[in-house]
Design a protein around this ligand. Sequence first.
Ligand SMILES: [Cu+2]
Length: 241
Amino acid sequence: MNRTTTLVATLVAGLFLSASANGDGGVIKGKIIFKGDVAKYKRSVLNTAKDPNCKKAKAKIGSYDVIVNKKTDPMTVRNVIVSIKDGLGSQTFKAPSTPVKITQKGCEYTPHIITMMEGQGLQILNGDDTNHNIHFLPKKNEELNFSQPKKDLTTGKTIKLDSEAPFKVKCDVHPWMGAYIAVFTHPFFSTTSKDGTFEIKGVPAGKYTVEAWHETFGTMTMQVEVASGATVEKDFTYDKN
Ligand SMILES: [Cu+2]
């Protein structure tokens, strides 16, 4: 099988094939490994004092640019988007009718990483008693910039987006606030959780280029072959040595 590595990283690929109990859809799962001096990537504390309402809600916010899990062995990286980049051909996929939510609460975005499908709704909510100005900085979609002056956790504003690589969202009122949005034409994506793992389910059998993206460490790709109903386990490594 072909295996290529691009850009930053060395790639450690363990391949385990096992039969899946249900359906023809395969699973691509694994973890994002960090190698290097973790002390260089200590989270900084973001100061919310500029807005008393933010300070009241959350006086200390940890930065999101790199979050390495020191407790896992090997160490892993949180908030990495893993997705199928190429290999689905002309297949089309229906977007879920349920919107994805991004909430401004405690003067930070939850979640920090938004992944969604083209045509799916993105509901933007404000959980704070303060004004947030949400500002999208896409390359392909329209630049969006609007205020949400009041607390609103029910309606908010719902928008739709075209597929686009991850782009930044910021708040013009609170400079420490930042999030990323990635929009896909298919449902095969996953963001690494607290333990640095990802899992993409329901993948049709085929050969794919799978990409990992991280806001600070960048992108890398690998080739993955999924057999019908099988689970393929692959790890990506950001080698910072
Ligand atoms: Cu804000």
